[in-house]
Ligand binder design. Sequence first.
Ligand SMILES: Nc1nc2c(c(=O)[nH]1)N[C@H]1C(S)=C(S)[C@@H](COP(=O)(O)O)O[C@H]1N2
Ligand SMILES: [Mo]
Length: 204
Amino acid sequence: MGQSESRAGELPPGQRLQRGWPVTHYGPVPRFKPDRWEFRVFGNTADGDKHCWNHEEFSALPYSIVKADFHCVTKFSMVGMEWGGVSAATVLRLAPPAPGVTHVMVWAEYGFSSNLRIEDFSDDKSIFATHKGGEPLTAEHGFPARLVVPHLYAWKGPKWVRGVEYMTADRRGFWEERGYHNVGSPWSEQRYSYQEEPGDGPEL
Ligand SMILES: Nc1nc2c(c(=O)[nH]1)N[C@H]1C(S)=C(S)[C@@H](COP(=O)(O)O)O[C@H]1N2
Ligand SMILES: [Mo]
């Protein structure tokens, strides 16, 4: 599983190309409060401590660029997006997980969450994007930061992200509890939880 499954110039099965960039999410767009915002890494960290960055600190972390396609489970895809921000690899390096960590829960404003296998989260294209095409994200698209995991459906990347929880067992996030596939690979068309095979996720 992973980016290696993607084929250049091809869309995953059942997807069509979208022009423009639609806004897709559940609930209202949160207002960014710079003085109260922090990015937290917690749960099973290697040192047992919680790691926090305020907005100024987070903005000063090493900046990475990732070029990738973007696939929404509602069947539209966009190609050649250029994301800038803090790679998941950087977060994993600065706030490492304990050895037994198998999954992460990525948390966003209003308690939105998405769970990922550690191998998907640590893919070299997974990025906490603060920018798209060199411009800061707009509020609707997740400012100040959103996760992007290009080899999975886009719901796996929370907008308005606030932190990562390291876990030693899997737990379903917001959409994964509401009928969407626990893994969510567009290349295998893992759209809905009824398609899950044994081992894909916790019992429903
Ligand atoms: N916080 C939050 N993030 C979210 C969602 C959501 O409902 N809440 N929806 C996801 C879904 S289903 C998609 S397709 C993408 C859409 O991102 P966009 O609106 O920037 O295109 O955001 C994802 N991130
Ligand atoms: Mo989506």
